[in-house]
Every structure is written in C-alpha cells, then in structure tokens.
Design a protein around this ligand. Structure first.
Ligand code: ADP
Length: 260
C-alpha cells in the first residue's frame, strides 16, 4: 500500500462522525465488540483521515505500565531512560490505540487515569515527572465484552472516562462487500461465505466461545482467491479455528460443505 493511501474501511453507522467529534473535544474513545469486527481497521482509517500518527499496543496479561511509559536500560556503562509508546504518543501528539485494554495489568489502567480526564497529563513515577499531553494526543482503547465468558471486565470507573461505540458483525450485504473489497473473490462466493457465517452465528446451542468473525471470512476468501478448493478453505479458515470439539467441528464442516 502506498504511504498516503487510506486503509479501506466500510462505514457501518455514525462511528466516523463520533470519532471526529471525540477527537475535537479531546475525549478518549472506546471500541467495544468481539474480535475481527473491524475495530483496528477503523482506527487505522481514522488516523489516516485525521492525518495523525497511530501507535498500536496489543495488550495482554503481562502488559504493564512500565511497558507503556518507559524504563531505564543499560547502554554501555550508563543507564539511559527510554520513553515507552504511551509517553511518545503523549509528547508527539499521536493517537495511541490500546487494543484489548482489559487484558492488561491493573497498573495500566491506573497509569492512564490522569490522561483520560481534564488533566490530560502522564505521571512518570520513575522520573518523578509529569508530562502534559500534546494537544493532538488521543487515547483510544478496545474492549471485548465477551458476554457469558471468563473474559476480563472493565470497571465502570474506567469505562466512564470514554465515549464508547459498539462494533459487531456487519449486515450481510455489507459483509459480502467487505469480503469482495478485501480479496479478489467473486461476489457469489462472498455471499455464500456470509450465509455460512450467519448460519453458524445463529447456532447458539453449540456454545462456541467466539463465533465467525469477518476476519475469518476474509481469510477464507483469500485462500479461495489464491486457489485453495472452497470446502477446504472454509474448513481451515472458518471451521477449525472456532472449536476443538471433534463433534462440533464435524457438524460445522458438514453444514459449510453443503452451503459453499
Ligand atoms: P478487530 O480489531 O475488531 O479484531 P480488524 O479491524 O483486525 O478486527 O478486522 C479484521 C478484518 O476484517 C480486517 O482486516 C478487514 O479485512 C475486515 N473488516 C472487518 N470490518 C471491516 C470494515 N468495516 N471495513 C473494512 N474491513 C473490515
């Protein structure tokens, strides 16, 4: 992709306007929704649209405030301070995207508190310094609510610091359009993939922890477009990633074989 070419993002609702107004008003932005529903793509698109640098951090259970703020490192005979990605974003006026923020260690939530209210400042405890955020700085986070699962929650006192927008699987015709745009697959195949996804998403009795995301459909379409037989592509890109239960996998395979 050329440097100044916009990432492809199909607007679903009012998210673009909401993001622009949040940015203007310096209100942090929270994207809620299951994995693979276009959250990261949306932020890439918005950063490009607003012509801002984007720094993305994929949070996991070991992500700590030190990882984000910075640390001393040993260089030759000296110790030197190295800004972490959050400090860099705060100083340079970038958009920082903390993907899956609820997965990070609790000290991350503490560290961002003063950045998410009127203070807009970052406290670097190891340096005893307070850094005022650049006017262009924006904090964005995503969160997978994971209803009915053991996923980590986000405390109300944290959530209430953000404007929040829900992301979900797009309507069938839009999802097919996304698949066609993202891959070079025929629209008839894209529609079939969406029908399979819709069917599987409705099979709540299977008790899948996560269901078919747009990402899985795009992956299946890519494999088909590059020559893998359709049934095999759906099996490996859609069915197998969803479950390890042999009966469930077999049932989903039978169903998708019939539909593709
Ligand atoms: P998330 O961050 O929610 O896990 P991503 O943004 O990585 O999901 O989306 C996964 C893939 O799904 C993207 O790479 C893209 O191919 C596709 N996708 C999903 N929604 C959209 C959309 N609205 N516009 C364009 N592509 C989308």
């Amino acid at each position: 992709m050329e440097k100044n070419q916009s990432p492809y993002y199909h607007t679903i609702g009012k998210e673009v306007e909401v993001f622009e107004q949040s940015y203007k008003n310096k209100i942090p932005f929270l994207l809620k929704g299951p994995t693979g529903t276009g959250k990261s793509r949306f932020i890439e698109f918005m950063a490009h649209k607003l012509d801002k640098k984007l720094i993305t951090i994929s949070c996991h259970e070991e992500t700590s405030s030190t990882d984000l703020i910075g640390r001393y490192i040993i260089k030759g005979a000296e110790t030197v301070w190295l800004d972490g990605p959050l400090t860099t974003a705060v100083k340079e006026g970038a958009i920082i995207y903390l993907d899956e923020i609820a997965e990070a260690r609790p000290d991350v939530i503490v560290a961002i508190h003063s950045l998410t209210d009127h203070r807009r400042e970052l406290f670097i405890d190891k340096l005893g310094e307070v850094v005022k955020a650049h006017p262009d700085f924006m904090l964005v986070a995503s969160f997978n609510p994971g209803y009915q699962r053991g996923f980590k929650e986000l405390k109300p006192s944290t959530r209430q610091r953000f404007v929040a927008v829900s992301f979900n699987y797009p309507e069938a015709s839009i999802e097919a359009e996304i698949i066609v745009k993202e891959t070079s697959v025929d629209s008839s195949i894209a529609k079939k993939l969406v029908n399979i996804a819709t069917k599987i998403r409705n099979l709540t009795e299977l008790g899948l922890t996560e269901t078919v995301s747009t990402r899985l459909l795009v992956d299946a379409a890519k494999l088909i477009a590059s020559g893998l037989p359709k049934r095999l592509a759906v099996q490996v890109a859609v069915v197998e990633p969803l479950s390890d239960d042999l009966e469930v996998v077999q049932a989903l395979k039978d169903l998708s074989d019939l539909m593709i």
